[in-house]
Design a protein around this ligand. Structure first.
Ligand SMILES: [Zn+2]
Length: 89
């Protein structure tokens, strides 16, 4: 009648702590211009970036601009709001 079952619980305690929660990376916000792949951590910079290239008549950015504008008109959201949602990384 010897009891060996008690000592087992002290081993499993240390094994659990080896798995860290991998949630510490996503602190910086991120938006990506789908026309050229450039990334921004401020949505206003991305809007400026797009409108700058639209003024330069860049084909890819014009296409992206039209897509955002269309979605903005449909949903009655502002251009920036649509960019914020549509181009988030
Ligand atoms: Zn771009």
């Amino acid at each position: 009648m010897s009891s060996l079952s008690v000592s087992a619980s002290s081993i499993s305690k240390t094994e659990n702590s080896s798995i860290p929660s991998s949630k510490s990376v996503s602190t910086a916000p991120c938006w990506k211009c789908s026309a050229c792949g450039k990334e921004f951590n401020d949505v206003k910079h991305l809007v400026n970036h797009i409108t700058f290239f639209v003024r330069q008549k860049d084909k890819n950015h014009l296409e992206l601009y039209r897509k955002i504008k269309e979605s903005s008109d449909k949903s009655s959201k502002s251009f920036t709001q649509v960019v914020e949602e549509m181009l988030k990384c």
